[in-house]
Design a binder for this molecule. Structure first.
Ligand SMILES: Nc1ncnc2c1ncn2[C@@H]1O[C@H](COP(=O)(O)OP(=O)(O)O)[C@@H](O)[C@H]1O
Ligand SMILES: [Mg+2]
Length: 617
């Protein structure tokens, strides 16, 4: 292998007669001491005597100068197959690579600095660096078995150098973005990240609109020894409206307006009305009643309404409430704003967001340095995320600010926020979106307080630009849409060659672009140790469902065989009694299926149809 043609300090061509180049493999180009010139193969070609050598119209092929350079060093292009690799130099050179210098596969130690930024204990093993298989023989033991791969339904040992991300460097380069089209490996990758967070005992809040983030089930029933790991003590799953929610009696005026505004934006009049109507010790019931009463008072004759008000109860508390209503009557004036508030309030209540448990268990999770998965519909989570983040981030900020000023404060830990479908939580160009403000604030100044975002999305082009620009580390999986590709090429340091490969990446393969690493690295994400509870292939699921339906039917049917018209109703009734009701049409279809499978035989004569068990041979 030999450097050919014109060179600079960044891009060179290497040619070989015997050996094809592999994408992403590393090569040392000799003769550059004291520095070593190391490069990564970013494009590969094989030149064959039968194929035209130069295609000046195509940007993909080498120019005519490469051809003459090859000929100059003795390659007989009319006779030999010649392999060519385009190399991107990754070591810092201050002069061009020497043309004609020999290239070879390095030992691990020669390139260790370029590949590893931190020791395994201080970093997360996310996968393997593509193209490093040739370094495997010289890899030290402590770097082996960290990132087994998931391949053809099996877990196989790590091949090559592990990709270790130094999570502590998020202090300098905060926030992670994970982008890729549907099925490209985002959820799988997020799972791997969260498994690492659990191992490192980092406090994390995960918003899980897909109900897929659970870490109890092993990826496969029989994982290789040493790979299986239980995460059960490291995470908890909480559902909004069931285990957690918003405690109405703890709402500030600001919280209330934010929640109401999350349903649909508030006008100034609505906001000031909401602030005025809320009293300190209000519960959802007392607040809703005051709203109703105030609307009643504004829309009716006062004397009549007063009578009605006191007919529903009296006493000193009731008297005080009436006085409050009278004050509010002058403050608010218009019932329309109040109706608008009431509609938003009921909408929140219907979603089930108010729950007396509040966010206590989320806070507990953070203090216990656990991963807390928050489940709910996307609609609900958008509203809830804004409430939760404002609270948690506020507490963290208060604590840090107090420390800074030398005051005492209740300890509150740093934490990470993970969410899939991030473009729904922080959409571009939709300023009324409920949680946009909180995500933006954390993106912009979360670093100061040790609060970091991990945002996954299949549509980076739809994610708020301010936030996108703050995601220092980006993991990019297969991407096909041109809008997303152009955002990716603007927002990362992926080169032309990598962008061109993006639409064709297999699931789980991606590029990691990060100042923590210093350059773009092609990786294959490791096997997750766990799997989502509903990761079954839906077609397998269909088969299982059909099978269980037939076997239920079969267990009833056997006692009525041979079956003729007389018993059909009995069978249907018995199925109904068992809680498996079936229509006549469905039963006919199941019978036909069983005939087709050779389980039953159908005897038809002109009078009756009889189904009987097929004889077994
Ligand atoms: N790192 C990986 N190694 C092996 N297979 C993977 C990997 N990532 C994804 N896959 C495969 O691709 C499928 C889709 O991945 P998933 O993460 O669900 O996609 P996305 O969330 O981007 O839609 C997974 O079910 C898995 O079979
Ligand atoms: Mg997914």
């Amino acid at each position: 292998m030999q450097v050919v043609g014109r060179t600079n300090e960044r891009d060179v061509w290497v040619a070989s007669k015997d050996r094809p180049f592999r994408l992403n493999e590393l090569l040392v180009m000799e003769g550059h001491s004291p520095e070593t010139a190391v490069g990564e193969v970013v494009e590969t070609y094989s030149l064959n005597p039968l194929v035209p050598l130069v295609d000046e119209g195509s940007p993909y092929l080498m120019g005519p100068e490469i051809v003459s350079a090859l000929q100059a060093v003795g390659y007989e292009l009319e006779r030999d197959t010649v392999y060519l690799g385009k190399i991107r130099v990754i070591s810092e050179l201050f002069y061009p690579v020497k043309t004609g210098s020999r290239a070879r596969v390095p030992d691990f130690t020669e390139v260790a600095d370029l590949l590893l930024q931190a020791e395994p204990e201080r970093s997360m093993a996310l996968g393997v660096i593509l193209g490093t298989e040739t370094l495997d023989p010289t890899l030290p033991d402590y770097l082996r078995h960290l990132a087994p791969l998931f391949q053809e339904g099996k877990v196989v040992d790590q091949q090559g150098v592990p990709f270790l991300l130094d999570y502590r460097s998020m202090q300098d380069y905060p926030h992670i973005g994970i982008f890729g089209g549907s099925g490209s490996g985002k959820s799988f990758g997020v799972r791997v990240l969260i498994e690492e967070f659990i191992k490192k005992r980092l406090p994390v809040v995960v918003f899980d609109p897909h109900y897929e983030m659970s870490f109890s089930e092993p990826l496969l029933p029989d994982l290789p020894p040493g790979f299986k790991e239980s995460f059960d003590s490291g995470f908890q799953i909480l559902t909004v409206g069931q285990d957690i929610g918003v405690r109405f009696d703890m709402l500030t005026e600001g919280d209330l307006c934010n929640l109401l505004g999350a349903v649909s934006p508030l006008s100034e009049a609505m906001e000031s009305a909401a602030r005025a109507v809320l009293s300190k010790k209000d519960s959802l019931i007392t607040f809703a009643e005051r709203l109703d009463n105030l609307i009643g008072l504004l829309e009716n004759n006062e004397a009549d309404y007063r009578q009605e008000f006191f007919s529903r109860g009296n006493g000193p508390e009731r008297e005080r409430e009436w006085k409050r209503l009278k004050v509010l009557q002058n403050q608010v004036g218009q019932p329309a704003s109040l109706r608008a508030i009431r509609w938003r309030l009921y909408s929140l209540k219907r979603e089930g967001i108010f729950h007396e448990a509040g966010i206590t268990r989320i806070e507990e999770g953070l203090r216990n340095q656990q991963v807390t998965v928050i489940r709910g519909s996307i609609r609900m989570l958008r509203v809830y995320a804004s409430y939760v983040l404002r609270n948690l981030y506020g507490k963290r900020r208060e604590y840090r600010d107090a420390l800074q000023k030398g005051q005492s404060a209740v300890n509150f830990p740093p934490f990470l926020v993970v969410t899939d479908e991030a473009h729904n939580f922080a959409p571009k160009g939709d300023h009324s979106s409920p949680s946009l403000r909180e995500f933006r604030e954390i993106a912009q100044e979360g670093r100061k307080y040790g609060v970091f975002l991990v945002l996954a999305s299949q549509r980076p082009a739809l994610l708020d630009e301010t936030i996108n620009a703050q995601l220092n580390t980006k993991i990019i999986f297969r991407t096909v849409r041109s809008m997303d590709l152009s955002v990716i090429s603007e927002e990362t340091d992926l080169g032309r060659e990598e962008i061109r490969r993006l639409p064709y990446l297999p699931s789980g393969y991606g590029f990691i672009s990060s100042p923590i690493v210093g350059r773009t690295v092609a990786v294959r994400i490791r096997a997750a140790k766990t799997r989502s509870p509903h990761q079954d292939n839906p077609f397998d699921e269909l088969e299982v469902m059909a099978d269980s339906r037939i076997s239920e039917f079969r267990s009833v049917l056997v006692r009525y065989l041979p079956l003729n018209e007389t018993y059909i109703n009995d069978v249907l009734q018995e199925l109904e009694k068992r809680g498996e009701p079936m229509s006549r049409a469905e039963m006919d279809s199941l019978l036909e299926q069983m005939v087709q499978k050779g389980e039953l035989v159908k005897d038809e004569n002109s009078f009756v149809t009889v189904f009987r068990l097929a004889a077994r041979d």
